[in-house]
Design a binder for this molecule. Structure first.
Ligand SMILES: [Ca+2]
Ligand SMILES: [Ca+2]
Ligand SMILES: [Ca+2]
Length: 144
């Protein structure tokens, strides 16, 4: 069920989404170990109740997308992704892989819909009791 694509997707998503260069640069191994929804739980849980609702998650993704879209043209190009992960090991490759995995229509940039598709399916997978919230317990990567 979780093939190679999914593993790479989670890894690059963690590196690119979680907070910033702090995670992308220098803590790659740790980020990989903590994949799943845990990186999001720290940053997207707006009311700090140790769970993320769909609404919180989507608000968080919207603000991240705006940050990534540095020229505010409504899409995130490879150069904008590279800017986000620069300084990290294999930054170029990370940006290229992330783009390749998420750029569904292959126009070399990510629209908001393309950008959120992967994390939103992660969210749905992690929400094992189907209450449209991901709790701390559900976010742990090894629960499956
Ligand atoms: Ca842009
Ligand atoms: Ca695209
Ligand atoms: Ca849940």
């Amino acid at each position: 069920m979780f093939g190679n694509k999914s593993t790479i997707g989670v890894f690059t998503v963690a590196a690119l989404f979680a907070t910033s260069g702090a995670i992308a640069g220098g803590q790659m191994g740790q980020t990989r170990a903590q994949s799943g929804m845990l990186p999001y739980l720290e940053v997207a849980d707006a009311n700090k109740d140790n769970s993320i609702t769909e609404a919180e998650f989507s608000r968080y993704l919207q603000s991240r997308f705006k940050e990534l879209d540095t020229n505010s043209d409504g899409s995130v190009a490879k150069v904008e992704l590279k800017e986000e992960v620069k300084g990290a090991d294999g930054a170029d490759q990370t940006a290229a892989t992330f783009l390749a995995l998420n750029d569904l229509n292959r126009d070399n940039k990510l629209t908001y819909d393309e950008y959120v598709k992967d994390p939103m399916s992660e969210f749905a997978l992690a929400d094992s009791n189907g209450d449209r919230k991901v709790s701390m317990e559900e976010a742990k990567p090894n629960k499956r």
